[in-house]
Design a protein around this ligand. Structure first.
Ligand SMILES: C[S@@+](CC[C@H](N)C(=O)[O-])C[C@H]1O[C@@H](n2cnc3c(N)ncnc32)[C@H](O)[C@@H]1O
Length: 271
């Protein structure tokens, strides 16, 4: 890939999806797109660029974004957030808003592990109290491929090692075909989740504006500082006053003008 070809791709990705691609990422981009060239049979990077920037290239453009963005996620990732939910946030919600629905948004949901972790945490909490909290979880991402996995709620067995065995037994079903080493979340868990493709770079987020909790973890780290501030402000518009906002453990609001106060490291509340 020539320097100029890398520049065309990196400028496009940063402008449309926010993801920074500094020069040292050229090898990574080249390696990931090389796989696309092999898969599609396109002979060169310049032919690939011609395709993705043409009106016939919309499908491949989605593949390109998937190939370049980092989708790493896990069940119970950064588990202190889920301890905070169970130990602080949910008891407070039960006390102050009994009978109300709790609306949660996972704003960079990737393949759904974050969404289903939240659902399992909610179910476990509900099993300990009288008057279970009714809740819903919206999962959004730019990656169509990852959203498909999230919607299917099907995961390879080796992906669920971080889910405690007793919890697995309650909320996951094995495939009837034992040669397929996959599991699927049970219908009552799946029914709590809705999905939508949403680009955090959009001017307007087409979602409700009364969320109690927004998770936006491990995505802003790929954006530059000004854009991080803009996105957090737009997410906060969708959060109720007093609602909670979660960032990834290596992200923060330090130095940003956003309507949030810190409650714990990477846990914030809307002012
Ligand atoms: C590293 S994953 C984080 C997943 C999950 N939140 C977690 O912490 O485990 C980052 C996700 O952000 C998504 N993403 C990147 N840029 C985005 C954008 N502009 N709008 C929406 N999602 C984006 C990627 O597709 C990817 O699935």
């Amino acid at each position: 890939m020539s320097t100029d070809e890398f520049k065309q791709i990196s400028e496009f990705i940063t402008t449309h999806y926010g993801i920074k691609l500094p020069d040292f990422k050229k090898t990574m981009v080249e390696g990931r797109l090389q796989k696309r060239l092999r898969k599609t049979g396109i002979p060169s990077f310049s032919a690939y660029i011609d395709l993705v920037f043409s009106k016939h290239g919309k499908e491949e453009l989605l593949e390109m974004i998937d190939a370049i963005s980092t989708n790493k996620t896990d069940f119970y990732r950064e588990s202190s957030h889920f301890d905070f939910l169970t130990g602080t946030l949910l008891p407070k919600f039960t006390k102050e808003h009994a009978g109300q629905k709790l609306k949660i948004w996972s704003a960079a949901a990737s393949s759904g592990e974050e969404i289903y972790t939240i659902a399992m945490v909610m179910e476990e909490y509900n099993s300990t109290i009288n008057g279970a909290i009714n809740y819903s979880i919206l999962g959004t991402d730019i990656s169509v491929e990852k959203l498909k996995t999230a919607i299917s709620a099907i995961y390879p067995e080796d992906r669920i090692k971080d889910i405690p065995v007793l919890i697995r037994d309650k909320y996951l079903m094995k495939s009837k075909d034992s040669s397929r080493k996959v599991v699927r979340f049970i219908p009552s868990i799946r029914s709590k989740a809705q999905f939508k493709r949403l680009n955090l770079m959009d001017n307007r987020y087409d979602v409700d504006d009364d969320y109690d909790i927004v998770f936006c973890r491990n995505v802003l780290i790929y954006f530059d500082k000004d854009l991080q501030e803009r996105v957090i402000n737009k997410l906060c518009e969708k959060l109720k006053p007093g609602g909670y906002f979660f960032l990834g453990h290596s992200e923060s609001i330090i130095g940003k003008k956003v309507p949030l106060k810190q409650i714990e490291p990477t846990v914030y509340q809307k002012i």
